[in-house]
Structure formats: C-alpha cells, structure tokens
Design a protein around this ligand. Structure first.
Ligand SMILES: Nc1ncnc2c1ncn2[C@@H]1O[C@H](COP(=O)(O)OP(=O)(O)O)[C@@H](O)[C@H]1O
Ligand SMILES: [Mg+2]
Length: 257
C-alpha cells in the first residue's frame, strides 16, 4: 500500500507503529487523536489497518465532542483515486496514523517519511520486546530514522509496576538505547473510553487521574517534536538496504589463526 499522504506544509504527522498485533497501536492512536481534538487542534485519524478498529472508534464518537476527521486508507476504492481517498482537508493541522501489524520494509519508509513523531507501543513481554527491537533496527537502518533526530519514541504499554516483566522491559530498552517517552498503565479506562468513542483525555478527570498523570511526559515529548521543524533528513528518500536479522546478544567473533 503506497502511502503518499497528500498533505500540506503545516501538517504534522504522528505515526504509530509496531509489528505485533495487540501492542496498543490503535489505543495509542485514538488517544493521541482524542488528546489533540480535546485541545481544539484540527486533527485527522488515518486508519491503515484492514481490521478498521480506529474507524469503528470514530463511528462511535458522540457528535457533541470535538470532531476528528477520519481517513480510511486500508481499502482501495474503485470510484475515487488513491490521492483523493487519502486527501487531508486543508484546515487539518495534525494527522495521526494507525498502522497494521507487520508493515513491509518499503512501507515503513512511506509511513515514516516526513513524520514529526514515530511512536512505538510495546508490551512488557519477551516476544514483544524482541519484535520491537527488530522494528527499531529496521527503522534506523532501512528507513534511516536517525536516533539523533529523536523523532522516535517507545511507549511501554499496559504496564504493571513492580513486576519483573516491567523491570526487564525497561532494562532491555535501556540497553538498546531506545528512548522510552511514556509508560502507560494497564487500565480498564482505555477499554471503557474506547467503547464510548472517547479518549481518556475526554473522560471525567477524577476517574482517570492516574492515567492522565502517565500521559504528561508523553505529551511533553510529543508537543516538543510537533514544534520542531522537519529537516531534509526527515524527508529523505532512502535507498533500501537488506533487512537486518533479529537482535541477538553480542558474541565475540572467533578469529581463525
Ligand atoms: N494500556 C492499556 N490498558 C488496558 N488495555 C489496553 C491498553 N492498551 C491496549 N489495551 C487493550 O488491548 C487490546 C489490543 O490493543 P490495540 O490498541 O487494539 O492493539 P493493536 O492496535 O496494536 O492491535 C485492546 O482490547 C485494547 O483495549
Ligand atoms: Mg490496531
């Protein structure tokens, strides 16, 4: 699926990626869109996953809440052109992109090019940690998302503190020098708000205080990225390289005498 989003100069793109299903991509995308909408920012939510979860969330959204423009990118229409289907209205300033699991390498480039922020939610489990380390390697090598540019942020999702799984996750991410920009609780508030077509930022604050507190560092990081102008690096057209293998522990090479 080619994703040349017909955007405009002032459009800020936030992409949510993770090769694994169930890591929280849709949850993060809808809460980001809901956050921006609740702050009166003109926002669109692009659903690239054939499962259509964020589109269904938008359909549930009560009409008296700030509008979020929906873009369904996972179907190909017979009656309209692709660029018409993906068009972002001129008054929209923020675009949140919800992606499917297992995005092929070329699409990783398309998705991340020109993004102000690339967010990767990861669950505290061994399988998820390995999937995410492989994704980050792809992003850095194939999509040339430079670590220095700092547009990439990992979100530890569904965290239960004081658990071994959480400590292992943080340790592993730290070893790989992957920036963790947010830690979100395992909380039914995400499930309940999503059922109502809302984000946790739009719930009665007293019911979601702990979760809102957890969003503060993430929001701080995001707002800063949204303010940082894109450079040529962010808009590059990279040459595709062979994909790296999974990240394996370092072993000393044996040198033959
Ligand atoms: N922080 C969280 N706390 C509780 N449930 C969560 C949290 N994040 C995601 N979930 C739930 O986990 C399931 C998978 O999340 P989802 O966002 O759909 O993942 P993905 O889009 O990566 O497949 C959903 O039922 C969602 O409500
Ligand atoms: Mg999803």
């Amino acid at each position: 699926m080619m994703l040349n989003v017909p955007g405009h100069r002032e459009l800020r793109k936030i992409v949510v990626l993770n090769p694994k299903g169930g890591s929280g991509k849709t949850t993060l995308a809808i809460n980001l869109a809901g956050y921006l909408a609740s702050r009166q920012r003109p926002v669109a939510l692009m659903d690239c996953d054939p499962q259509g979860s964020s589109t269904r969330w938008l359909e549930k959204r009560p009409s008296h809440y700030p509008a979020i423009h929906g873009i369904v990118a996972y179907t190909t229409s017979m009656v309209t052109t692709r660029s018409w289907q993906l068009r972002v209205p001129h008054d929209i300033r923020y675009l949140v992109i919800d992606t499917p699991a297992a995005v092929p390498a070329q699409e990783l480039v398309d998705f991340t090019r020109g993004a102000h922020a690339i967010l990767v939610p990861v669950l505290p489990s061994n399988i998820d940690v390995h999937a995410v380390s492989r994704l980050v390697a792809h992003l850095l090598l194939t999509a040339k998302v430079s670590r220095r540019m700092g547009r990439l942020g990992v979100i530890a999702n569904r965290v239960r503190e004081n658990t071994l799984a959480y400590r292992k996750l943080m340790l592993f991410l730290d070893c790989l020098s992957i920036p963790v920009v947010g830690v979100l609780r395992d909380s039914q508030n995400y499930v309940r708000s999503a059922e109502e077509g809302l984000s946790i930022h739009e719930m009665v604050p007293s019911r979601v205080t702990k979760d809102l507190t957890r969003w503060q560092p993430l929001i701080g990081w995001l707002e800063q990225k949204l303010e940082t102008s894109l450079t040529a690096r962010d808009l590059h057209h990279p040459i595709l390289q062979p994909l790296p293998g999974p990240v394996v522990p370092f072993r000393k090479a044996r040198i033959k005498p």
